[in-house]
Design a protein around this ligand. Structure first.
Ligand code: SF4
Length: 343
């Protein structure tokens, strides 16, 4: 017997991690659940949630050829309003893919031009960039800059939990982010908004157990924040990593694709580290983004599934992505396409 059939009430859960999105798609978890239990994908892919105007700013910087632009892989293919980093690279802008911020420091030491690292990610990535900034300061590297588009997960979850258009009964919380921040920053979801939460690992069995725990919380009417991913996550998180993040960055309002501006949901360089801020070094005027037929914003909010976008699989495919959710390996549209999910 399917252990989920004992729960005969409707429940919709949102996963907020691109890796979970991928595992759910590749393992067929969605299809094996009874009809009354639905999984929807949320804003868990860092490249996908980066606002169009922020992508446009980086492309504009690359176009000016004033700096070497360094980025993690997926971002290079994300379409901006008029171009993409990939197109600008083909047009001879110096854009390089790096695999760690320490590689970025090495490049800064080897060239005379300013070097700008595009900082996209959540609480998982920000501490590693903080280390790079501290090293750059200690080593007196003068040509290293960061454009900080880092985002914080809990404020986005509060926005989702309070959005009347969304009917989320519980959250499958991200394992990587929670390894850094722990469980406590999510307590408000259970205590204030009565939303069951489970921090999940990344194996299909982890996710299935997390769904089971969420359903039990609903059945027992006892919402809480449970840790299923106990082999990595502690209630208090990784204090050393959080300390580094808080040393180098300060909270700021940030624009999320699809979610708009969310108060205190972003990280900017703290006062003592503003010499590394690319926005202060390069004063670029970037036109406002033009409307796009891409519905990534609705996908990231769980308002539609990728296949409900008219462009899915037709004009928009991994070989010709119209939006970031089809570019990134963590994007919901790319996962639905790769694993041929029909609804
Ligand atoms: Fe955007 Fe393509 Fe996804 Fe549609 S299928 S929402 S165009 S990324």
């Amino acid at each position: 017997m399917n252990i989920f059939t004992q729960f005969n009430f409707p429940a919709t859960f949102m996963e907020v991690c691109g890796t979970h999105t991928n595992v759910i798609a590749s393992s067929g978890i969605r299809q094996m659940l009874p009809e009354n239990i639905k999984l929807i994908s949320g804003p868990g892919c860092p490249v996908c949630v980066t606002a169009q105007r922020d992508i446009d700013w980086v492309i504009e910087l690359a176009k000016t050829k004033q700096a070497v632009v360094l980025t993690f892989g997926d971002l290079i293919k994300v379409p901006g309003t008029m171009s993409s980093l990939q197109k600008e690279k083909a047009a001879n802008s110096d854009i390089r893919v790096v695999y760690s911020p320490i590689d970025a420091l090495k490049i800064a030491q080897s060239v005379k031009k300013p070097v700008v690292f595009v900082g996209v990610g959540f609480e998982t990535t920000a501490p590693t960039i903080a280390v790079a900034v501290l090293k750059a300061k200690a080593m007196k590297i003068q040509n290293f800059y960061i454009i900080s588009y880092f985002k914080l997960i809990p404020p986005a979850l509060e926005m989702i939990a309070t959005n009347p258009r969304l009917n989320i009964d519980g959250f499958i919380l991200p394992g990587h982010v929670s390894t850094i921040i722990g469980a406590k920053p999510y307590n408000f979801l259970a205590q204030k908004y009565n939303k069951p939460c489970v921090i999940s690992g990344f194996e299909p069995n982890d996710i299935l157990e997390s769904i089971f725990l969420l359903l039990q919380q609903i059945k027992n009417k006892k919402p809480s924040v449970q840790i299923q991913y106990r082999r990595s996550v502690r209630v208090t998180g990784n204090r050393a990593a959080v300390k580094l993040m808080n040393e180098v960055f300060a909270k700021c309002d940030a624009e999320w694709r699809g979610l708009g501006v969310i108060k205190n949901s972003g990280l900017m360089l703290a006062k003592e580290y503003q010499q590394f801020d690319a926005r202060k070094r390069f004063n670029l005027k970037v036109p406002l983004p033009k409307p796009s037929p891409c519905r990534c914003g609705d996908v990231l909010l769980g308002l539609i599934t990728p296949v409900q976008c008219q462009l899915f699989g037709r004009k928009c495919r991994p070989s010709n992505p119209i939006g970031p959710c089809m570019v990134s390996s963590e994007g919901a549209c790319a996962a639905y396409y790769k694993y041929n999910i029909k609804k």
